[in-house]
Design a protein. Structure first.
Lengths: 198, 198
């Protein structure tokens, strides 16, 4: 009622974004209204193009512009070691260490009965299919160091160990109760080095 | 380097927005990548349309979809009283009180020699032109209760009083040193009631 209709609609759309409350949305909206049209069209185009030009890698389920993703397609990476992470931001946190030379598997979440997320709701079937191809020697479980992440790691370990594949969990150098992608590079390197068999 | 190119570009665009740091930008970008294409196209369209379908009211310089804006066009408003605010968000804060029945003038900023903003950089010429039409009896100065806002109010008062127009400043019920559009409605009503002639 206080805003012109297109502005009200914009504020409504912005409020849907994570971490953007009504006041941040208003601030962003008025910032947008004060920018040159070309700058705003560029912002909008970058949003649509990022969404349209990316998809999931059909091997590791990372977000990628080309399928398979550059990591899965690289001959410099060790394809016998797979690091299992919950989401693409965790993968980026791992890559930033510059220490890990294997490949990844992005689960797209963690098992969480409280939130109604079971083993079938994350990409475990896809992980098992990769493992059954026989090329993989070690699975590094790098799920978040919280209840859901630990439960997911435990579930995967139980599922995979009978296949004769080495299963390790990155070490608890990580602050417990946190989010993997908030950890600094050095701590993450320590956690990788201290991994132990499950 | 860690992101697919369209995602890196999106994060770059999002980081330009006020209050969005690199981590918030990354979070927003990955949220966008996980939404349905139609939802993201709708978001992008609402951004472009809000910018394209709004302009400044040629009377009061509020942001509006129609020129003159609904407030300037309304016969229910008192066109002899003009409330001077720094930006459109301040106008919305005033409107939310539901107490003010006059019209507005949006300066688009405050005089701030430190930031190189002088009297010619805000819409003072436009304000004087409105005042010279002779219809306006009172000017309520509702600039921010901080150094720049006070200086701007003082400057306008000195400029306008010789024209024989009543000039008032909203009362310091407002917390000093703050931003006008952060103030709650009741405080703002008190400030309007307690206004005194300058």
């Amino acid at each position: 009622m206080y805003y012109p209709e297109p502005v009200g609609r914009l504020i409504g759309e912005l409020t849907k974004l994570p971490g953007i409350g009504p006041r941040s949305a208003q601030r962003l909206a008025f910032y947008i209204l004060e920018q040159p049209v070309t700058a705003i069209e560029q912002l909008a185009r970058s949003i649509v193009e990022a969404r349209q030009k990316t998809r999931y890698c059909s091997t590791c389920w990372n977000i990628t512009a080309a399928d398979p993703c550059p990591i899965c397609a690289s001959s410099y990476r060790d394809h016998s070691t797979v690091c299992v992470v919950q989401d693409p931001r965790d993968l980026i946190a791992m890559e930033k260490t510059r220490e890990y030379k294997g490949v990844y598997h992005v689960l797209g979440g963690a098992i969480s009965p409280m939130d109604g997320i079971g083993p079938d709701d994350i990409r475990l079937k896809e992980l098992l299919a990769r493992l059954q191809q026989g090329e993989i020697k070690e699975l590094i479980l790098a799920t978040d160091p919280n209840v859901e992440g630990e439960a997911t790691a435990m579930y995967i370990a139980k599922l995979v160990k009978p296949l004769g594949i080495k299963v390790t969990r990155i070490a608890h150098g990580l602050p417990v109760g946190g989010d993997l992608d908030y950890v600094d590079e050095v701590t993450l390197i320590k956690a990788l080095e201290g991994r132990r068999e499950m």
